[in-house]
Design a protein around this ligand. Sequence first.
Ligand code: PLP
Length: 474
Amino acid sequence: MRTPIAIDRRRQRPLHRQIYEEWRRGILAGRFGPGERMPSTRELAAALRVSRATVTAAYEQLVAEGYLEGHRGSGTFVSQELPDRAPGLVATSTVRASSAPARLSAFVERLGPIPLREPSPAGVLDLSAAGPDHDLFPFAAWGRLVRRHLRRIGPGLRRHAEDRAGYEPLREAIASYLRRSRAVRCSADHVVIVSGSQQALDLCARVLVDSGDEVAVEEPGYPGARQLFAAAGARLRPAAVDADGLLVAALPPSSRVAYVTPSHQFPIGVSLSLARRLDLLAWARARRAFIIEDDYDSEFRYVGAPLPALQGLGDQSRVVYVGTLSNAMFPGLRIGYVVLPPALVEPFVRAKWYADRQTAYLEQAALADFIGEGHLEQHVRRMRRVYRARRQALLDALDRCFGSRATVLGDAAGMHLVVRFDVPDIASRARRAGVALRDTRACYLGEAPANEFILRFSDLGGRALGEGVRRLAG
Ligand SMILES: Cc1ncc(COP(=O)(O)O)c(C=O)c1O
């Protein structure tokens, strides 16, 4: 039987719900008319390759809501009296009209879909999505601080309008942390608290980019930033990356903004050389352009001292410095920060105010103490040791199993490795061997090199990393 509906196993939505929604949508849109006979649960289950119970659950829901009716012994049919035609319910024409594709803004069309990230099925070893190891985060200390502020919650924490740039003690704590650990030149007055660095990038696009402007981006680079600039109507100008980071000489002269990841290039992992940092600052000065410095996982460098931020090197009036607690703490915290040239502080605060007023205040208060009492730096120091060992375990496994057929790119830093395999069709080999892998294609505007993958190590133990690589090698 050719099935009139489709389901998508990669979606998180349960299959019975997808089947229910597909029929419901089809009935409301008039694709399936009153009285039309439904396939039997057995037929549909076989056609969609799902269990009969899954189809039965969907049909039962549709019957309960009046979309279908069953005639004992003769099957199931689309109802003669559809629920939206029943008196007292929304008129058919309204439902039909609203189920037609809506005309959306060019902005949202250009954003494109959110990449699918589903939990791997049991037995599959997931080497695809790097993130911090939550099991090692000091949630007890964090919980204590949140409770402390919850107990004290007074008018200061209940309101959010006084500190429009973010909770003032947190801005103080972050400015001091950044001066100490990243050599960023700033005071609390230059810091705006945001809901993760993704919001910082969105605000950058709103404040710095007009439709038709050129924005220079690294090739390859972080797709989450590129999409935002493209959605704002920017013309993206990719500039290549080599072992010394972005090729500053290849930056187009007419760009108004350059988005860069100098400490740990995303995804390749190289750092921008000092000579190029100085060239980049000179490029921005000469064109009165802005550099957006995304200092994403800069806390984690495993050889030598952490590289100071580009922002601290020269003319701060051209650099917007963006950072996040997503890696040093946990991404669900949704707190990041921007350090701005003085002239940009007010426009950023204005854009943030109209976007969402304020980042959650209670967590900002707890975070101010978490940093002030030294928990953040202590945790980062500990995780640096853990991640260094895990990175080494992954490198050892790659060397053991692939030798010269695996080339590791980038510096000893971050939470993932980029590896080029000199092995035909490693993706299908991974699928067969039960290993989830992520290639770098989404990071390129142009064509991506074959067999280039982002391999996670930060939240997997040495044994799992070894097993994953062994399975890949076959
Ligand atoms: C390079 C880079 N910048 C920014 C972000 C956004 O991070 P968050 O919004 O969690 O701070 C990400 C997330 O993956 C990233 O990879």
